[in-house]
Design a protein around this ligand. Structure first.
Ligand code: ZN
Length: 264
């Protein structure tokens, strides 16, 4: 990463990343007269970069200034175009490599992050509707809507909380950026929903798989199905909070420029 950056700095002229993320390049502009401006901070430590040259390193932590350039963020796969493939890639990246994923996440309008989150919520709803179709009292629509609504409400509360908490800490955090972080972190609810659904099906004798989790879902191990659901629910919430924490850590000092409307 740093090697790339140094190579960019030594090149004579770099292609400036434009407002269209689908044409974003990995090049960091080395000769951008607007960077650093009076509001720009070091992305790692929050040091005010005003008055420094873009070719310098942060005097506080040593991070090259080019690493704090607003155009350095290449964007998540989903931010380059919305399709099933980019959704899956983004889900994988955020779940398995959250630090790198949020390091690359573009800031700006939250529309794409919200769409990603809504798809997660709908998937969670579908899983629960599917379970409810098999298990009495058979209320798939109610269960599906309840699960979708729960995920969306949890995400909204989290985004408001993150914005409030970050502002109190003096971080650069707009509600839009908080929504993006929470929107992508919402993927953590999916494994939890699958585990809960699995436990429910095991309880009612529908599940056909085998393995240690078969035992985990039984009353003999954890006392009751409710206990299991609470354990898995807590695990999913914790995972969600960890992803949000990673996201906030990677964007709290991130610099932004006015951005043209996102592609639909
Ligand atoms: Zn620094």
């Amino acid at each position: 990463m740093h090697g790339d950056t140094l190579a960019h700095v030594t090149r004579p002229l770099q292609c400036r990343v434009t407002a269209n993320p689908s044409h974003a390049t990995t090049d960091t502009p080395a000769h951008d007269a607007t960077f650093p401006n009076t509001d720009d901070l070091c992305e790692r430590c929050g040091y005010a970069l005003t008055g420094l040259s873009a070719a310098n390193a942060c005097p506080e932590c040593g991070l090259p200034l080019s690493e704090s350039h607003p155009d350095r963020r290449r964007g998540l796969s989903w931010q380059h175009g919305t399709s099933l493939l980019t959704w899956l890639r983004t889900a994988r990246d955020v779940l398995l490599r959250p630090r790198q994923a949020f390091d690359q996440m573009r800031l700006g309008p939250a529309k794409q992050g919200r769409r990603f989150m809504v798809l997660v919520a709908l998937l969670v709803g579908l899983i629960w509707a599917g379970v409810a179709m098999l298990v009495p009292p058979f209320w798939p629509i109610r269960f599906g809507l309840a699960a979708t609504g729960l995920v969306l409400i949890m995400c909204l509360i989290e985004a408001v909380g993150v914005t409030f908490w970050s502002r109190r800490k003096g971080h650069k955090m707009t509600f839009a950026v908080a929504q993006s972080v929470v929107g992508y972190a919402a993927i953590a609810w999916l494994p939890g929903a699958l585990l809960c659904a699995k436990a429910w099906l095991i309880r009612d004798g529908y599940f056909i798989g085998r393995g240690w989790w078969l035992q985990l879902g039984s009353k003999s191990v954890l006392g009751s199905d409710l206990t299991y659901l609470l354990v898995v629910g807590t695990f999913a919430s914790f995972w969600f909070e960890v992803l949000v924490w990673y996201g906030v850590r990677r964007v709290r000092y991130a610099n932004q420029r006015p951005i043209a409307p996102e592609p639909n």
